[in-house]
Design a protein around this ligand. Sequence first.
Ligand SMILES: [Zn+2]
Length: 349
Amino acid sequence: MRLSQSQKISLLIVFSLSLLAWSLYSLAGRGGDASVLTEEGKRMIKKIVKTEEEWKSLLTAKQYRVLRQKGTERAFTGTYNDHYEPGLYACAACGNPLFSSEMKYDHGTGWPSFTDVVWPGAVELFEDRSFMMNRTEGRCAACGSQLGHVFDDGPPPTGRHYCINPVSLGFKPAGKEADAALGIKAETATFAAGCFWGVEDNFRRAPGVLSTEAGYTGGKTKNPTYKQVCSDKTGHAEAVRVVFDPARVSYEELVRLFFKLHDPTQLNRQGPDFGTQYRSIVFTHGRDQDETARRVKSELERSGAFGSPIVTEIVPAPEFYPAEEEHQQYLEKKRRRTGVDSGGCGTAF
Ligand SMILES: [Zn+2]
């Protein structure tokens, strides 16, 4: 097909205008004037506004370059790439909670990667057309600092891949400080329902449970070992301490889960495990927990759900002694090691 002179001129004009439009669009993106892509599910957030001079005085030179000037840290050089301690990652500029260690994974890119944010709206997304690429930039929703980029090549369940500059992050180990940063008023519950491996595993996977710990309580021996407790001479029960967010799961729901997890009609045994260390007890923290546990127990008794009388004791929680490290998240570690999902209890350790 041959084009006439006028057709050639028209084509040239269209091409030149397209190029101009594309250049202007790229420049706009680079100038940080891009639009917010998503705003759904945001919680109330206090916006933090500071002058660039103030940010400069608060941040290190490297932090300032990445957070405020859209710099990128070199891959495999930052602090949090190979970091898997349980806890909370917050914005290094303003402390806004961003990611939980539970959402962290290794994408192999050399930057810390997360599948999701710790609360909806923690990170705001913007189009980024710099460097002739079409990417999505993630900024802290509170202070607007650049954190990194967000891609759609992450693992399930979200498929998201938050690829974050480590220098943009601060870390708070799991515990009171991390909970306070998230506005969580965590509470503690303690249960004994037989071998603590399975009990701990079940509570750990319940929604609203923040952390669990296997341990010994209810006896006399101070700082007992697993071996001592297994001898049935310490008076301790194998127990699990559950730290939970009462806004997401109630104590009553945990008590009901406790009764579901074991047979509360068996005295000093659970299945193949015999001895007082396997007795069924709710160790209560305060009067409210005591009343709730008694109410649920008598309701279940009246309903005849178990066929025989419930032998579960309900007593105030005495000192709790955490079990040895090898007993913490025992079944989860075993699953990871062997790929087999086994009950694990009732066997010699
Ligand atoms: Zn921030």
